[in-house]
Design a protein around this ligand. Structure first.
Ligand code: F3S
Length: 64
C-alpha cells in the first residue's frame, strides 16, 4: 500500500497538496503540510501522486 511523507524542512507551505488531495494532506499550525493518514487509500492514490508532482519544492515523497 502507498505511504506519503512531507519533508518539513523543505515544505514552504504553498498549500497545493492539501488542495489537490485533502484526504491525505492538511496544513498544520506551522503552516506546513502534514500527512494525515497512515496509508493512502486506493481512491486517493492518483491525487496523492498528483500532489507530489505539483509541489513546487518537491517536499512530498511517495512510497508505493
Ligand atoms: Fe508544502 Fe509542497 Fe504541500 S510546499 S504545502 S508540501 S505542495
Amino acid at each position: 500500500c502507498m505511504k506519503a511523507f512531507v519533508d518539513q524542512d523543505v515544505c514552504i507551505g504553498c498549500g497545493l497538496c492539501a488542495e489537490i488531495c485533502p484526504e491525505v494532506f492538511a496544513m498544520n499550525d506551522q503552516m506546513t503540510a502534514d500527512v494525515i493518514v497512515e496509508t493512502v487509500s486506493a481512491d486517493a492514490e492518483d491525487a496523492a501522486r498528483d500532489a507530489a508532482d505539483s509541489c513546487p519544492v518537491s517536499a512530498i515523497s511517495i512510497e508505493e
